[in-house]
Design a protein around this ligand. Structure first.
Ligand code: THU
Length: 135
């Protein structure tokens, strides 16, 4: 897949957000940077909890922060980790992102800086959508 819009900036922002991750339990630090349609970039990091299921992924932290700031249209998301290969968003995050941007461009940045790219619809071809609720 081709380079994403503003990929360098998104990569820098995701890596900086990763440094703010709160992941004392997994030690898996994740940073996300979400590019909104108006050009704003909103950051997220994973925020874990002593009650493990209460923790939240970086992508959904970014999504929630973006929505509360008034954004509902998204172009791309970058995800930075220290994994040897770029890691795609988890299933819950795929579903959460698909609510707003089913064809979102996704780039994952590995520890050594190598990048892998997908479109969200390739990662989640059959999301449950708002229209799925129609009776
Ligand atoms: N995590 C993310 O932040 N994003 C993902 O897409 C996958 C997993 C977090 C959740 C948890 O804090 C840690 O990584 C280990 O699963």
């Amino acid at each position: 897949m081709a380079t994403l819009p503003r990929e360098e900036e998104l990569t820098t922002r995701a890596r900086a957000a990763q440094a703010r991750a709160y992941a004392p339990y997994s030690q898996f630090h994740v940073g996300a940077a979400l590019l909104c349609a108006d050009g704003t970039i909103v950051d997220g990091c994973n925020v874990e909890n002593a009650s493990y299921p209460a923790g939240t992924c970086a992508e959904r932290v970014a999504l929630g922060a973006a929505v509360v700031a008034g954004h509902r249209q998204f172009v791309a998301v970058a995800i930075a980790t220290d994994a040897p290969e770029g890691t795609p968003p988890c299933g819950i995050c795929r579903q959460a992102l698909a609510e707003f941007a089913p064809t979102l461009a996704v780039v994952a940045i590995a520890k050594d800086g190598r990048r892998v790219r997908w479109t969200l619809d390739s990662l989640l071809p059959f999301p449950f959508t708002p229209s799925s609720l129609e009776t």
